[in-house]
Design a protein around this ligand. Structure first.
Ligand code: BGC
Ligand code: BGC
Length: 615
């Protein structure tokens, strides 16, 4: 009897151990002391793999999960939490910034958070991210480049790379290490509010320009002070959603997904992109954030992406089930860092719970943390965690603005030029400028500029198109301006700058891309003076202009050119002979949308690749 009892007892104990070790994570005894100054991970002379291995072996589960956590700095409950939770990353989302937005204030903010992070037990630096998607455009006085839709029209990867290099320098000047750019979406439907964030409607543009941007941001080594980590986004198919709905569903078979939306990622990975952001959208009804096949099997295993796979803003919460399910699914699907971005305490305790229950394996956590630490070592963050202030003087410098102006000239697409009204002579007697967007720097810059949605007005330093016209003409030329087109009488020519107001993401989704009434009226009023009119469109996408195009003598698509309005005047007055080619097929009417290069039996207003020059 005793034997039987002891047998049952021993089996029970055995089963218990067996079960508990299979069922979940058991905290090993980790030396919680501060590692010595000569710990291998602290020595930059050691190979990165050795440093990672050493550091990882010293980390508790909580510290590992902390590294996988990214929060917007505005959601810090207590600044002590940066070190306390060993947080891996902070970001400034669209609306998050220091009290003042001059470059020094950004650098001060960065250094303060970084110093706090360095006080954690293991002294692991944070990596700080920002949406510098067309220049470091939330910093006052930084140069703002054209949005990608215009950069795609340049067909000039060398200049895309140069613009990214300059952006990297202006980001690094504020201490920040990581830009959530390039967006290599292939926007297939102009109703989508993010159309302007992609380089154009073909996978070819995403491949060529995306790789160029990655090369510009990351340079030949992330260790350099003036290079930053790039992030290709949004993986995968964000530009293919039905009806152009932001965060919607991309319905297509795998062959189409691979043909249109995947090639840009293959090129970005070949070019060494250090991070990739997952898309809010779904593929055939399944959210990308939980898509093990696309995230792990295709991206990490097949394509060989070894960097950080980061989630989008609060996006895991759109997965089905409870928050526990969301976290478990996303991490198991292959996400390495979670842009929480708010309640990090909840995220951390939930993921810990998941690991302890065995729902997420420790090996998955270790893989994620290894990827994050590798990037941090490669960036040299352990050795040089603080801002290189000597870069500050480059922010918005004249030489940077010169390059942005060159981008503007090359991105403009001349679509109509009847009886060669363009280029204008600089010594005309009188030019009348009209339209809501002629003297509006904010409208020229569009979304993701000095804030999430962008906004109209004098939001930063730069040159409006009106100012540029004034600066270009001869001293004897009279330049008048009215928003509504009144007062054009007696002028030799009218320049009317029309188009969209700033927007970003889903707030820019539109079912009607017609021209605003105010714009039509301004054109009519100017034209009513009996003078030729040059229409300049500021917009994040092609718009429906068919009904009025006939009355325009010349037409230029200027996209969202950014701060250097001089580039627009350069084209208007012939200091630059236009070379820009459409990065999108231009639809004749709303019911032609979606319309894309390669579609058969369509009759667009202007085909993909179209663009005129002066003689
Ligand atoms: C956008 C991303 C962006 C992130 C951080 C998200 O809403 O989809 O493109 O990088 O916010 O601002
Ligand atoms: C943030 C953006 C983010 C957006 C998503 C905003 O509050 O500032 O960064 O992309 O929310 O909805």
């Amino acid at each position: 009897m005793r034997k039987v009892l002891s047998f049952i007892f021993t089996s029970f104990i055995l089963c218990f151990f067996l079960f508990s070790s299979c069922a979940g994570y058991k905290e090993q005894t980790i030396e919680r002391a501060v590692p010595p100054p000569d710990a291998p991970y602290r020595n930059p002379g050691n190979p990165v793999s050795e440093r990672i291995e050493d550091l990882l072996s010293r980390m508790t589960l909580e510290e590992k999960i902390g590294q996988m956590t990214q929060i917007d700095k505005d959601y810090l409950v207590s600044e002590k939490d940066i070190a306390g939770y060993c947080l891996g990353s902070l970001l400034s989302g669209g609306g998050s910034q220091p009290k003042t937005t001059d470059p020094e204030a950004w650098a001060d903010m960065y250094d303060r958070y970084q110093q706090m992070a360095l006080e954690s037990r293991l002294n692991i630096p944070i990596i700080y991210g920002i949406d510098a998607i067309h220049g470091n455009a939330k910093v006052w006085g930084a140069v703002v480049f054209p949005h990608n839709i215009g950069m795609g029209c340049m067909r000039n990867p060398g200049l895309v790379e140069e613009a990214a290099r300059i952006t990297a320098e202006e980001v690094a000047a504020t201490g920040i290490d990581w830009t959530f750019s390039p967006c290599i979406a292939v926007p297939r439907d102009e109703r989508w509010g993010r159309t302007y964030e992609g380089f154009g409607e073909t996978s070819e543009l995403a491949e060529i320009m995306g790789a160029a941007a990655v090369a510009g941001y990351q340079g030949d080594s992330l260790l350099r002070h003036e290079t930053i980590l790039a992030c290709a986004k949004h993986y995968c198919g964000d530009g293919g959603t039905e009806n152009g709905k932001d965060q919607g569903d991309t319905v297509c078979d795998e062959a189409a997904l691979r043909k249109i939306h995947l090639p840009g990622y293959i090129k970005a990975v070949e070019g060494g992109v250090g991070s990739i952001m997952v898309s809010f959208s779904s593929w055939n009804g399944e959210k990308l954030h939980g898509h093990t096949y696309l995230l792990t099997d295709v991206l990490k295993e097949e394509i060989g992406f070894s960097g950080i796979l980061v989630s989008d803003w609060k996006a895991i919460e759109q997965l089905p089930g409870s928050y526990y399910d969301n976290v478990t699914t996303a991490v198991n699907a292959g996400l390495d860092m979670i842009m929480v971005p708010d309640d990090y305490r909840r995220f951390i305790s939930t993921l810990k719970n998941s690991v302890e229950k065995g729902a997420v394996e420790l090996s998955r956590i270790d893989d994620a943390v290894e990827r994050i630490l590798r990037v941090k070592f490669e960036l040299g963050l352990f050795e040089h965690p603080l801002t290189k202030r000597e870069l500050l003087e480059s922010v918005g410098s004249a030489s940077h603005r010169e390059i942005a102006r060159e981008c503007v000239r090359q991105s403009l697409v001349l679509l109509k030029n009847s009886s060669e009204v363009l280029p204008l002579k600089k010594n005309l007697r009188h030019i009348h400028v009209a339209g809501r967007n002629a003297d509006d720097l904010g409208a020229q810059c569009g979304g993701w500029t000095m804030g999430w949605q962008g906004r109209g007005g004098n939001i930063t330093k730069g040159t409006t198109i009106l100012q540029a016209v004034r600066d270009t003409v001869s001293s004897g030329t009279k330049v008048t301006y009215s928003k509504n087109g009144n007062g054009a009488e007696g002028a030799d020519v009218g320049i009317i700058v029309i188009g969209e107001e700033p927007y970003a993401e889903f707030k820019g989704d539109r079912s009607d891309l017609g021209i605003a009434d105010a714009d039509i009226k301004a054109i009519r009023a100017t034209k009513g003076a009996g003078i030729p009119v040059v229409v300049v469109l500021i917009s994040g996408r092609p718009m429906i202009i068919t009904p009025s195009l006939e009355s325009w003598d010349a037409f230029i698509a200027a996209w969202l050119p950014g701060t250097e309005g001089q580039g627009v005047a350069d084209v208007i007055f012939g200091d630059y002979n236009p070379t820009g080619k459409l990065s999108h097929t231009w639809p004749r009417s709303m019911d032609q949308i979606p319309i894309n290069e390669g579609d058969t039996g369509t009759d667009p207003l202007f085909p993909y690749g179209f663009g005129l020059s002066y003689r």
